[in-house]
Design a binder for this molecule. Structure first.
Ligand code: FES
Length: 123
């Protein structure tokens, strides 16, 4: 749930930090967004689990330092900045803010401006 304190922004609970060991990746949904959580040492990075090259999942991509390599065509991105690292795409990762509260990884993916597909059809 987004916090009731305005300073909380749109942070929502995802998984326990203990469930995300160093070097691990975990896909979660934040609202309607699929978000990939990656832990590198003590840092946790969160970004849209869709490669900006051709929107394929980044989950399972090899991680070297803070760089993740897309398993589909090999685009590499710095998870700290989102910036592409090789020439496969010039587009960046969609990064989200992360914080740890009471042992829970919380992610602020911001407001989702995409329409709810179920509302479009009255469902
Ligand atoms: S979809 Fe990731 S490099 Fe093409």
């Amino acid at each position: 749930m987004p916090g009731s304190d305005p300073a909380d922004g749109d942070f929502v609970d995802t998984i326990a930090l203990a469930a995300l060991e160093a070097g691990a990746q975990h896909s979660v949904y934040v609202g309607m967004r699929r978000v990939l959580l990656c832990r590198v040492d003590t840092d946790v990075f969160a970004f849209r689990d869709a490669c900006p090259h051709a929107l394929q999942p980044l989950k399972g991509g090899a991680i070297t330092g803070t760089t993740i390599r897309c398993p589909k065509h090999g685009a590499c991105f710095d998870m700290k900045t989102g910036m592409p690292q090789n020439g496969i795409t010039k587009a960046s990762l969609e990064l989200y803010a992360v914080r740890i509260r009471d042992g829970i990884v919380q992610v602020d993916a911001g407001p989702d401006k995409r329409p709810n597909p179920y509302q479009q059809f009255g469902g």
